[in-house]
Write a protein of this length. Structure first.
Lengths: 93, 144
């Protein structure tokens, strides 16, 4: 599967995930496409959807925390209404 | 509480205060929503740049959408400081060990991270897509 195809699959997954969580994808679709592509590239390179905006440490346990949806996104959504990578946002954005 | 106990109490409180300062580094908080944190020793690659004046580090990595979104902001700021003693440098942590070490020094866990460095090495750190006017204020503070 090429990166663009993978990115489309990730975007579909993210949309469903957001719906289940009562949040939404960032209304800026261009931004969502960029993040989905970044996630697809990392999935291709490293086998998992590691957040493209966070630094991988090489430690599997640590890096598990930054597999999208990362462990930080819930708090970031509460605090800023968006996750760091700006893939997910609260519904009021 | 007798005199001896009082002295012991004051000594313990003072020691705890010193320990806290030592662990957290000293910070000077501006009214602009950023702070310059001291106590970080810049790596040689950075201290060499600091000889010329204020330094702005733009720390990125490959495949980082937020980095690409922020790049035009840093380019615009850079153009405002052309011909001054403010040096802008992009370190891509995926490129080499030096960049990785710089990221590690400034506690970078996500990108982009922008670091404004004062002459004394104190650092104002901005994580993610920044507000250009805030970063500009930090640069102006750093130049004083």
């Amino acid at each position: 599967m090429d990166v663009d195809e993978q990115a489309k699959k990730i975007k579909d997954w993210a949309k469903k995930y957001a719906e289940r969580q009562g949040i939404q994808l960032n209304p800026d679709e261009e931004r969502v496409d960029e993040v989905a592509k970044g996630l697809a590239v990392r999935q291709e390179k490293f086998g998992k959807r590691y957040c493209p905006c966070r630094i991988m440490t090489g430690d599997a346990t640590e890096d598990r925390k930054i597999i999208c949806p990362c462990v930080y996104q819930e708090e970031e959504l509460k605090e800023r209404g968006m996750c760091h990578c700006k893939l997910f946002s609260t519904k009021d954005r | 509480m007798n005199r001896k106990s009082s002295i012991r109490y004051v000594a313990i409180v003072a020691a705890l205060c010193l320990l806290c300062v030592g662990m957290s580094g000293c910070t000077s908080i501006s009214s602009g929503g950023y702070e310059f944190k001291s106590g970080i020793t810049p790596p040689k690659a950075v201290s060499d740049l600091m000889k010329n004046g204020t330094v702005v580090l733009f720390i990125t990595q490959n495949d980082c959408p937020a980095c690409e979104q922020t790049r035009p902001l840093i380019t615009a700021l850079q153009s405002q400081y052309n011909g001054t003693n403010v040096t802008f440098v992009n370190f891509n942590i995926d490129n080499n060990a030096t960049s990785m070490n710089i990221g590690h020094t400034y506690g970078v866990t996500s990108t982009p991270t922008t670091v404004v460095l004062r002459k004394d090495g104190a650092a104002a750190i901005f994580v993610g897509v920044f507000d250009p006017s805030t970063v500009k204020s930090a640069i102006e503070d750093a130049r004083k």
